[in-house]
Design a protein around this ligand. Sequence first.
Ligand code: CA
Length: 223
Amino acid sequence: MRVLIVEDESRLAENIARSLREIAGYAVDLAADGPQGLQLASRNAYDLIILDLMLPGFDGRQLLVQLREAGQQTPVLILTARDDKESLVALLNSGADDYLTKPFDLGELLARAKVLIRRGKGQPSPLLTVGDLQINTVDHTVRRGERAITLTAMEYRVLEYLAHRSGAVVSKSELLEHLYDYNWEKFSNVIEVYISGLRRKLNDGKQRQLIHTLRNQGYTLQE
Ligand code: CA
């Protein structure tokens, strides 16, 4: 998953980014003002945008309105220092999905971020199930039937993304786009390495393959 944080308080932005990266395993991009936020949000495919309201350039509300007018459906979590009920109603009416009032607990932000990402992908439950495969997106544990499966952090990220899009064909470029942030060099052969690692670990030799390759199209996770 890849998240954009638009926040001009750099210490707060870094703290949020660190917990999203280290605890949730998400790729994170940062923008410090309205115009930069809009540019990144328009150019990249994010799974969630965390948007501060008071920003240099233009504010978070204007950014949100522009994104929604352009047809962007990415879930947006607003960070607000105001407890002005009037403006919160206006924000929700402008297409915000949720909000947090500063100061907030990072654990709460993380929990809400996960809910919004799941809902954005039509998956209300934190437990993703594909056949006898179970992925717990809260503690990142994976089981196939009775067997617990140990994955590397990147293998988990690939599997979680495929599970969120279960049944759909996911191209290599879509995986790269959603698993890496702006500063990473993207190599498509890296994805092949993770997929082959996942195939080996998900299958003990007797079980059916769950990850299928469609030539020149990508991968699909299904029974
Ligand atoms: Ca601010």
